[in-house]
Design a protein around this ligand. Sequence first.
Ligand code: A4P
Ligand code: MG
Length: 201
Amino acid sequence: MMPVRACVGLGANLGDPMAALTSALTRIAALPTGDGLVWSSVWRTAPVDAAGPDFLNAVAMFDTLLDPETLLDALRRIESDHGRERPYRNAPRLLDLDLLLYGDRVIESARLTVPHPRMHLRAFVLAPLVEIEPRATIPGHGAARVLLAACTGQPIERIAPPAAIAPRDPAPGGTTPGNTTPGDTTPGADAPGAMAVGRDR
Ligand code: A4P
Ligand code: MG
């Protein structure tokens, strides 16, 4: 199987959201097939169709050999390891990980809908996505950039530059993990407000 480029949305609005996003990113980087991992800044976003405090949101993209349902299971495990509970839909949460995109695949199974069914309407997903992949398209909906421009009345604010996360052990012949987004000149952990995890913490 050829690797597929997956895109995951991260969100949290309870507890210590910055710590939750940082540690979730570290866990994503440690997935068996997380080559080519890039991640967005952290954005502070007003709740959409939800109650509670503002969210912190981010988006990560990486190549994966996991099939979509196995990747979903891995994400669910990371959520539950962060104390995620599901009292009701859209409840405030310690950590929410959504599989936004899986290559250009359209998936409708009992457990999984990809592209994520509401991502094309949400600035808190589209802004970080466009930040790391300006030409991203959402199957069935079109260019993320155009969709973002149509999102009005959704206050969002970019608050932190891309995190520095510890590289995992290099796979034999593998690529160097890290935030290699073209144009990303943010100095990572040295910058004010940057997240630092793993050996940088
Ligand atoms: N499921 C189906 N497709 C997917 C997918 N592509 N990715 C199923 C992840 N899960 C998927 O998810 C409910 C069910 O969806 C799961 O059983 C899974 O098999 P959940 O995470 O348990 O419930 P949820 O988080 O309440 O629902 P969901 O769909 O993730 O909610 P939304 O629509 O993502 O909304 N406002 C701001 N500013 N920032 C946010 O991050 N998040 C939400 C959550 C609402 N408002 C927000 C934010
Ligand atoms: Mg969810």
